[in-house]
Design a protein around this ligand. Structure first.
Ligand SMILES: N[C@@H](CCC(=O)N[C@@H](CS)C(=O)NCC(=O)O)C(=O)O
Length: 224
């Protein structure tokens, strides 16, 4: 696991002292993967330093950031001892241990992980990709048939989620958990990727339940 070199984020000693006490999240505001970590830290009531990394201009591939993330991707959570964690699923599991967001029962924990794996397979790289390419058409040229494939696969994923959420308030054990955070992050913005959420009232009701939580923070709002 890479250890972080504190070469960025302030040169004065008071800032370095502050950074030594606080966790730092390296993130990109519109990223759903980063947003999962932001929402989880808020739910846990854990203060953190938010550090924007401009992935559009390649900042995530600069040497200082590659010391924190071997693959050059956000999110990265730098712990107070300099340890850097990558991959949103792993970060969420690490920080939520012992909290109500991660159930203790073996089967319930496995169900949480199951939904998070579902997200990485059927939502991230599908809905997230359609969204990114629509929001930034200049970044990577996209053929119409690529969008068609993402919309078909993404709609299938929305149907699977909707089937569960038309019968239950939350994804696992009717309790809000990491699974809900992980899936909510990209699914509630699926419309930006060109997917139609109108046909999924159970998903929209689930969005409203999550948005009513006291710790909620919209994806486009920089953490204070
Ligand atoms: N599986 C990873 C995916 C991380 C990822 O795709 N990060 C994107 C932003 S959402 C990124 O950093 N892209 C910039 C790049 O690849 O250069 C996770 O869940 O954290």
């Amino acid at each position: 696991m890479p250890r972080c070199v504190r070469s960025e984020g302030g040169s004065g000693w008071p800032e370095r002292l502050e950074a030594a006490r606080m966790w730092t999240l390296y993130d990109f505001l519109e990223s759903g993967n980063g947003y999962k970590v932001r929402l989880t830290l808020r739910e846990l009531g854990r203060p953190f330093i938010y550090r924007e990394v401009d992935i559009l201009r390649g900042e995530s591939r600069e040497p200082w950031f590659l010391e924190k993330s071997l693959v050059g991707q956000i999110p990265v959570l730098e712990l107070d001892d300099g340890t850097c964690l990558s991959e949103s699923t792993a970060i969420l599991f690490h920080i939520a241990e012992g909290s109500p967001l991660l159930p203790v029962g073996q089967l319930s924990r496995t169900r949480v992980l199951q939904w998070m794996c579902f997200e990485q397979t059927h939502v991230d790289g599908v809905i997230s990709r359609a969204r990114f390419r629509r929001l930034h058409p200049e970044a990577i040229p996209t053929r119409p048939e690529e969008f068609e494939a993402w919309w078909a696969q993404g709609t299938q994923a929305l149907s699977v989620l909707s089937e569960r959420l038309s019968r239950h308030d939350y994804l696992v054990d009717d309790q809000f958990s990491l699974a809900d955070i992980a899936l909510y992050a990209y699914v509630h913005r699926a419309g930006e990727g060109g997917l139609d959420l109108a046909a999924f009232p159970a998903l929209r009701a689930w969005f409203a339940r999550i948005q009513a939580r006291p710790a909620y923070l919209p994806i486009d709002q920089t953490p204070a």
